[in-house]
Design a protein around this ligand. Structure first.
Ligand code: SF4
Length: 267
C-alpha cells in the first residue's frame, strides 16, 4: 500500500536515518519531520502506516484499553503494523477493563503484552501506605502510580525508538498543546500522538464505523478509565478527566506517564 507519494517518500528517506538506534539529534529531527507529516495525513491508518515506515527499531504502543487506545489498536491490528502493543496491569483495574482486553485479543487475533508491576515493590508500598494509601495525600498517590504504572512503563519502553499514545488535545487543559510527534528527553525516544487533533465526535464515529470493541464503562459515564479505586463516573458538564483522582485539585492530575519533557515539537 502506497501511503505517501513516491517523490515525497524518497525525499523523506534521504533525510531520515533508518535502520539503527537514533542519537538525540537525529531523533529530534525525525520528530519534527513526523510532526509535520502526521499533521498533513487525514486518516489514522495513514498516520500509523507512516510511523511504522519511518521509525527505525521497536515502536511501542502503551494501550490503557480506553476508547482512544482501542481506536489506535484497531488501526495497528488491521494493518498488521510492526508495532509492539502492550498494556499495564496495575492490579487495580475494573473487571470491565480486563474483559475489554480479552475481547480485543479475540476480535483482532492478536496478543497484547501485559506488563505487571514488580511484586515486591507493590508489597512494600501496601505494607507502608495501606491498601488505599493513595487516598491520603498526593504524594502517596504518586508513589502508588510510580510503582504500579511509571516503573512498569519505563521497563516496557526500554530500548524502544518510539512510543505511541492516545493523547488528545481536547482531553484536558494540560493536554491542549499535545503535538503529533516530539522527542521525549526523559524517555529518550520519540513520542507519537496520532490522534492528538481528534475531537470526541471524530473518535466515536471511527469506533462506531469500525465496530471497535470498547470498555462498557464509557457508556456509563466514564470517559476516562483508570484504576477502579481512583476513577468515578462524571456528571453532565464536568471535565472529561474530572473522574480521575477526583479528591485532588486539577493541577495534580497526571499519573506521571505523560510528564512533559518534550523537544522537537511545534507545540
Ligand atoms: S491510579 Fe490509583 S490505584 Fe492506580 S496506580 Fe495510581 S494511585 Fe495506584
Amino acid at each position: 500500500m502506497t501511503l505517501i507519494d513516491p517523490p515525497a517518500a524518497a525525499d523523506a528517506r534521504a533525510e531520515i536515518p533508518i535502520g539503527g538506534n537514533l542519537d538525540e539529534a537525529d531523533a529530534i529531527t525525525l520528530a519534527k519531520q513526523l510532526d509535520s507529516r502526521l499533521r498533513d495525513l487525514p486518516t489514522l491508518d495513514e498516520r500509523i502506516a507512516v510511523i511504522a515506515e519511518f521509525i527505525p527499531g521497536r515502536i511501542a504502543f502503551s494501550s490503557s484499553l480506553g476508547i482512544e487506545d482501542q481506536a489506535i489498536t484497531h488501526a495497528i491490528a488491521t494493518q498488521e503494523a510492526r508495532i509492539d502493543v502492550f498494556t499495564l496491569d496495575t492490579g487495580r483495574h475494573f473487571p470491565e477493563t480486563l474483559e475489554t482486553l480479552f475481547e480485543t485479543e479475540g476480535r483482532y487475533g492478536i496478543k497484547i503484552r501485559v506488563v505487571f508491576p514488580d511484586a515486591t515493590e507493590v508489597e512494600n508500598l501496601v505494607a507502608e501506605d495501606g491498601i488505599m494509601g493513595f487516598r491520603y495525600s498526593v504524594e502517596a498517590r504518586k508513589a502508588c502510580c510510580e510503582v504500579r504504572k511509571v516503573r512498569p512503563l519505563n521497563r516496557a519502553l526500554a530500548g524502544a525508538s518510539a512510543w505511541i499514545t492516545g493523547l488528545r488535545r481536547e482531553q484536558s487543559q494540560g493536554r491542549a498543546e499535545v503535538p503529533f510527534a516530539s522527542y521525549d528527553a526523559s524517555q529518550k525516544l520519540i513520542k507519537l500522538n496520532p490522534i492528538a487533533d481528534w475531537s470526541l465526535r471524530t473518535l466515536e464515529d471511527y469506533v462506531s464505523a469500525n465496530k471497535v470493541p470498547v470498555n462498557p464503562l464509557h457508556a456509563k459515564g466514564f470517559p476516562s478509565i483508570g484504576c477502579q479505586p481512583c476513577t468515578r463516573a462524571i456528571r453532565p458538564g464536568e471535565d472529561i478527566r474530572a473522574g480521575r483522582w477526583w479528591w485532588e485539585n486539577e493541577n495534580a492530575k497526571e499519573c506521571g506517564l505523560h510528564a512533559r519533557n518534550d523537544k522537537g515539537s511545534r507545540a
